[in-house]
Design a protein around this ligand. Sequence first.
Ligand code: HEM
Length: 217
Amino acid sequence: MNTVQSEHKNAAGRIVFLTIMLCIGYAVLRYHILGPVEWKDFPFLILNKGISLAALVLLVLNFSLGPLNNIGIPVADSWLSARKILGMTGFLLVLIHALMSFMLFKPEIFGKLFEADGSLTLFGGLSMLGGILSFVVLWGYNLSFQTHLRDEKAFIRFITSRKFLLLAMLLSAIHLFFMGFKGWLSPSGWHGGLPPISLVAFVFFMTGYVANLFGRK
Ligand code: HEM
């Protein structure tokens, strides 16, 4: 196979497709099939949950495949060369998630994150702050790949440094933890015994984070 062909051979399309299908499938199974949510809520409320999980999975893959390879867990070349597309797709899905969430974010829908007077609870505030900061950092990270900023060496060095990435990743963990951890502690309330999406996302995130702690140079 010539170099041009092999450069283009990456698994991005398959990974993105499978991730999106599995994540939306999990949301449908947990909330509609095993849970009580009406199908009319699929196009926005439940799809948003599937999209947010898919975004997180793709972003974690983007950040963790290299470090996993570095610590000796073999990652296929077709997966390594898919990383850029996984990151860009993850970022676009987060953008969709953020836009949908802004429209959905009301006490009637997310009662657990609001006080009776309509203000945010402490955990609600911390979770939303984590989500928004994490989104902005991802935006900045994406900017660092724009060609017109390539000459800004100090900015690129800072935003792609190990320390910055390890700290920035924690913002997503804050978003998930403060949103969900109360529900994580009461498995009796899990629809069909399936763990909440925030918990699935958190466990996936922590696995990638540990790979980064040990394998990011
Ligand atoms: C402007 C930024 C963001 C806002 C306003 C936001 C808002 C929200 C809201 C309101 C929820 C609850 C949704 C629900 O339970 O149906 C949520 C859940 C979630 N968010 Fe975000 N988010 C933001 C950024 C992010 C980022 C950057 C990520 C991933 C890297 C992310 C991943 C998730 C995940 C996985 C869930 C769990 C869904 C669930 O448990 O059902 N979010 N977000």
